[in-house]
Structures are given as structure tokens and as C-alpha cells.
Design a binder for this molecule. Structure first.
Ligand code: PMP
Length: 384
């Protein structure tokens, strides 16, 4: 047996003992408020399907129509022969929705982050990044070989010091708009002002804001920010209910990505049926004021109930609502107890986050009764 197998087995055992072993659970139903997991029906509070669109009839119909019109596979990368009319229409519709002149579609958000960062910066350049940024952004910076300057979470003063002392050729500030494990929003107005002052670009990963904030147009719209220095990423696997990602920016940047971004160039284009479903999703997002209202109502009810029982919440007004707990085992025990009572809530542990927590994610698909049931169950468990 290769020696490496024994090492890997030992490392897995160690993780298991520390409560850090990761396991996948199997869904036997579509994504939604109520799912069947490993044979058990559960109310689902751990998806990013914020608007409840992942199994929406209009998206299913659009994907079926897309499959009938375009087939299932794209057959090639975008630059070879995999770029379809519907990809182009989807990019234009997305750019129009977020109010930017151009957009580019990607097969996943992870790839889009790799693509943007590695195409824009290299050895002589520097990236300024929040310490709680998503893993894909960190990986992107390492792959780019640019100098990696990290500032404490949301610490604009430290960001300014780092920018002021930098002698890098190009400066790129990279930040999550809504932090995926904390749910709080980055101080983007201050960061954009710093980008102007220090001639930097600001790349905003709006995976969790698009569809939810700013009337669906995302966190930048919510904050009223616009500038040619802004590059906006929306992932489509969350509120949009699909899979894939869009980057919106000035046309020169989009042209550069098409020409230089290796994670764009060397991967097969997403199936065109997804772009067809994407057009339908953008329409639902545009008309989704009611869904976003439902989401805000659920978040307000949850925060009220949790504050009443002394749970340790974070300062989040988004559908991502963490409850901090004392250690990994406590996080796992709470998640297990919730599951026994019919609620699916993720325990998130290091190294994904610095401190263990339950992460409750709300969706417009939840009913008021489902949210009230979760709150009552959590109150009982946290008091015990
Ligand atoms: N950025 C953030 C903040 C995310 O939460 C995620 C998804 N977990 C990604 C990027 C990656 O997007 P995708 O899932 O489309 O690869």
C-alpha cells in the first residue's frame, strides 16, 4: 500500500476525533424549505437558496426549454466553440440589471474569482484582502503570485495604512460584500474612497448579496455605489437558484478577462440551458420584492427570538444568521439535536471559520410556521 494512504487515514482519524471530519449528506428531493436528507424529512436552514428559486417552476421550464433548444452540453470552452447566443443574451441582461456596461459569465464563482484576480495582478502587484474573505478569493491571490496583504475584518484604517505604504505596480482591493459565515456587510463606501485615493481597483464578491440586497441588484446597489473602479461578482448558485457566476465591470476589463484569464479560457463553458434558465431567474429577481420582504420578516423574527433567549448573534441584517457557540463539539451537538427534531442547520467549524458556530440561513421559501418552529426549538436547546 502506498505510504501516503496510511498518512491520510491517520489525518482523517485525527480530524474525526477533533469533531472536524466533514461528511456529505444526501438529498433525495429538490432544494427547498422542506427536503428529505438521508431518508429523513427536514426543514432546511442551511442552503443559500435565499429566494427559493432553485426548484422554481419557471426556472425548470426555462431549463427544459433551454435543453430542447441548445442541447445539454456546451461542447467546448467559450473561446473555442462553446459560446452560445443565449450566453451572450444572459450577460447583457445581467449587465443591464446591475447597471454596468459589460458582464462575463463563468461556470462557477470559484472559477470567476480565480479568473479575475489572476488576470489583473501578478508578481509586481499587491492584493489587499479582508481576513475573513471567502476561501476562493484567498486561493486566487495565492495563484496570482501577487503580494498578499491582509487586513483585520472590516478594518478600513488598516487597509489605508497598507495601501499608503505599498509600492506595488497595481493595487487590487478584494473583499466579500456579505461575509458568507458572518452575514455582515463590508464598509464598501469607505473602501471605494480608498481605491480612488490610492488608484486601486475594488473587486467585490457579492455571492450572498446578489438577488437579496439592493432590490435584487446586490450590495453595491443597496449602498448606492457606482464607479469604473468597481468589479462586481455575482454567483448564481445562491439567490439566483442556478449555478455559475457573472462578473460585471468596464468593457476593457471584460475584454482583458476574455483574453487573459486562464480559468475562463481553459474550462468548458457552462451548459447553455443554464443561461436560458438564468434569463428567467433575472426576471424573477427583478420582480422579487415580495420574496425579499418575506426574507426580511423571517430574519427579524429569528433575531428577536434569539435575543430574547440570550443567544450570541452577530451583527447581520442578511439571511445569514450565525449563533456563536463555545466549541466544535457543542456546535455539532446542537446541529445533531436540531436534526433529531426535524431542523437542518449547519455546524460551521475551523478552518472554515475562526470560531465555531451554527449558521442559520433563511429563504423566502420558508413559512412563518417553519421559522417559528426553529426559534422555539433553538430556545429550548440553548436554555438546556
Ligand atoms: N464567494 C463566496 C463569498 C461564496 O460564498 C462562494 C460559494 N460558497 C463562492 C464565492 C464560490 O461560488 P461558487 O459556489 O459559484 O463556486
Amino acid at each position: 500500500m502506498p505510504a501516503m494512504f496510511a498518512e491520510l487515514s491517520a489525518a482523517l482519524r485525527q480530524r474525526d476525533e477533533a469533531g472536524l471530519l466533514r461528511r456529505r449528506r444526501e438529498l433525495a428531493t429538490p432544494q427547498g424549505a422542506l427536503v428529505e436528507v438521508d431518508g429523513q424529512p427536514l426543514v432546511n436552514f442551511c442552503s443559500n437558496d435565499y429566494l427559493g428559486l432553485a426548484a422554481h417552476p419557471a426556472l425548470i421550464a426555462a431549463a427544459q426549454d433551454g435543453a430542447a433548444r441548445w442541447g445539454v452540453g456546451s461542447g467546448a470552452s467559450h473561446l473555442v466553440s462553446g459560446h452560445f447566443t443565449v450566453h451572450e443574451q444572459f450577460e447583457q441582461a445581467f449587465a443591464a440589471l446591475v447597471g454596468r456596461p459589460a458582464a462575463l459569465s463563468f461556470a462557477t464563482g470559484y472559477l470567476a474569482n480565480l479568473a479575475v484576480v489572476t488576470a489583473l495582478v501578478g508578481r509586481d502587484d499587491a492584493v489587499f484582502a479582508d481576513k475573513l474573505n471567502h476561501a476562493s478569493l484567498n486561493d486566487a491571490v495565492l495563484l496570482s503570485r501577487a503580494e498578499f496583504k491582509r487586513f483585520a475584518h472590516n478594518d478600513v484604517a488598516q487597509l489605508e495604512r497598507l495601501l499608503a505604504e505599498s509600492t506595488a505596480r497595481r493595487k487590487l482591493i478584494v473583499v466579500d460584500a456579505v461575509f458568507s459565515m458572518d452575514g455582515d456587510i463590508a464598509p464598501l463606501a469607505d473602501m471605494l474612497a480608498l481605491a480612488e485615493r490610492y488608484d486601486a481597483l475594488l473587486y467585490v464578491d457579492d455571492a450572498h448579496g446578489f438577488g437579496v440586497l439592493g432590490d435584487g441588484r446586490g450590495t453595491l446597489a443597496e449602498l448606492g455605489l457606482a464607479s469604473p473602479r468597481l468589479i462586481q461578482l455575482a454567483t448564481l448558485g445562491k439567490a439566483a437558484g442556478l449555478g455559475g457566476a457573472m462578473v460585471a465591470a468596464e468593457p476593457v476589463l471584460i475584454d482583458w478577462l476574455v483574453n487573459a484569464a486562464r480559468p475562463y479560457i481553459y474550462t468548458t463553458a457552462a451548459p447553455p440551458l443554464l443561461a436560458q434558465a438564468g434569463l428567467a431567474s433575472l426576471r424573477l429577481i427583478t420582480e422579487g420584492a415580495g420574496l425579499r420582504g418575506t426574507l426580511r420578516r423571517h430574519v427579524a423574527a429569528f433575531r428577536g427570538a434569539m435575543q430574547a433567549c440570550g443567544a450570541q448573534l452577530l451583527d447581520s441584517a442578511t439571511p445569514i444568521q450565525p449563533i456563536l457557540v463555545q466549541d466544535n463539539q457543542h456546535a455539532l451537538a446542537l446541529s445533531d439535536a436540531l436534526r433529531e427534531r426535524g431542523y437542518w442547520v449547519a455546524a460551521i467549524r475551523p478552518p472554515t471559520v475562526p470560531t465555531p458556530r451554527l449558521r442559520v440561513c433563511f429563504s423566502a421559501a420558508h413559512s412563518d410556521e417553519q421559522v417559528a418552529g426553529l426559534c422555539a426549538t433553538l430556545q429550548e436547546l440553548l436554555r438546556a
